[in-house]
Ligand binder design. Structure first.
Ligand code: HEC
Ligand code: HEC
Length: 322
């Protein structure tokens, strides 16, 4: 009964139409390239779930580069990003969507925003021990967060090279998403960090050693604050046109994803969740819940032994054998 009432409240809130930041959506000058940045480039971290579809830049309505092929790719990338299982079925082995973790289509403060990140690549990647292009980084989220490693992609049919199994930097889905993210970066500097990058972290002095976290305590907080939208079974509850992705089990991220690291997941949870009261969790609560979620079974990434060959396995990568 209690949870029914909660669902009702959630729906009530969602049908109250408000568009508080529409002033932030500014018309882009017509022409080849937008030469300005948006006044308010990100949806604020405090915005609640009723703003889940608000976007400072929307490729379906804003002006796009005049090259119509590229414009189509930007729109396709956006559609894949916001509905991955439907738009990229061959690579979406689980039921996750990019938007589940990168909220507001990658345009929300403290939800792993992707606005302006084009200029940060190429960049050294610790897990792989090599330089990453933006496309390499997108492939990684496909292989791990969407569990697409081991999927026989079209590109891989002809090859026995295991590195080419599943999505590659040449896959059309990856290039379309890259077009969308590059478009989100128009107007931002190259090789200069945007201030909102890397903010989804628990402050180092607030980190609790992994062996002192208690999944039972995390489970109790989860049952109290999260099940209205995520369900007791963690598989997500349909609310209006939104349904969160599965938090564990065969349809969730795999055990080598960033979200399979307890501190990384705590950083994902801490700022936007619970979605009707973002920012209300303490650093400790976020870590306890993350320890609970990452104590659950999830798909196995088949190539874990190739990770962290040059760097040490981090303490919060709890699904790795050490
Ligand atoms: C389960 C959660 C999750 C899902 C789903 C997910 N990602 Fe990510 N993504 C992450 C995490 C965690 C990071 C690492 C952030 C960090 O290093 O600070 C990340 C990083 C990225 C980055 C690099 C950002 C940067 O600033 O360096 C890109 C690009 C990216 N993801 C794209 C995607 C795309 C495209 C999809 C869908 C195909 C996707 N992600 C799905 C969790 C997710
Ligand atoms: C009012 C509904 C609501 C509540 C309450 C809520 N969430 Fe969410 N959560 C969502 C929605 C919706 C998404 C997907 C966001 C999107 O697609 O725009 C999400 C996404 C997530 C994600 C990203 C990965 C995934 O599988 O979608 C995590 C992790 C998460 N929530 C954890 C939590 C935790 C932990 C709590 C409790 C502290 C919580 N949420 C409470 C609605 C909610």
């Amino acid at each position: 009964m209690h949870s029914l009432l909660n669902v009702f409240l959630v729906i009530l809130v969602l049908i109250l139409p408000l568009n508080f930041h529409s002033s932030a959506i500014q018309d882009h000058p017509q022409g080849n390239v937008q030469d300005t940045t948006v006044a308010q480039p990100l949806i604020p971290a405090s915005a609640r779930m009723e703003y889940a579809w608000d976007l400072p830049r929307n490729p379906l309505t804003d002006s796009l580069p005049s090259d119509s092929y590229l414009a189509d790719q930007i729109r396709l990338g956006f559609r894949i990003f916001t509905n991955t299982p439907l738009e990229a079925p061959r690579f979406a082995r689980n039921k996750m969507t990019c938007n589940d973790c990168h909220l507001n289509a990658g345009q929300r403060e403290k939800s792993l925003p992707l606005v302006g990140i084009f200029g940060a690549f190429p960049e050294y990647n610790k897990r792989a021990g090599r330089l990453f292009s933006l496309e390499d980084r997108i492939v990684e989220c496909f292989r791990r967060s969407m569990d697409a490693a081991g999927v026989q992609g079209v590109e891989s049919n002809q090859t026995s090279n295991q590195d080419e199994i599943g999505p590659t930097t040449q896959s059309r889905e990856v290039l379309a998403i890259s077009s969308y993210i590059s478009w989100l970066s128009i107007g931002y500097p190259v090789a200069k960090k945007v201030p909102w990058r890397g903010q989804n972290v628990i402050p180092p002095d607030k980190l609790i050693p992994i062996n002192q976290l208690d999944p039972k305590r995390g489970e109790a907080i989860y049952m109290d604050k999260c099940i209205t939208c995520h369900g007791e079974d963690g598989q997500g509850v349909q609310i209006g046109d939104k349904k969160a992705g599965p938090l564990w089990g065969p349809d969730s991220w795999n055990d080598a994803a960033g979200a399979a690291r307890v501190y990384t997941l705590a950083g994902i949870i801490k700022y936007p969740m619970p979605y009707l009261d973002p920012g209300s969790l303490s650093d400790e609560e976020a870590q306890q819940i993350a320890a609970f979620i990452d104590s659950k079974p999830r798909p196995r990434y088949p190539f874990k032994e190739r990770d962290y060959l040059t760097e040490k396995i981090p303490p919060d990568a709890v699904y790795y054998k050490r």
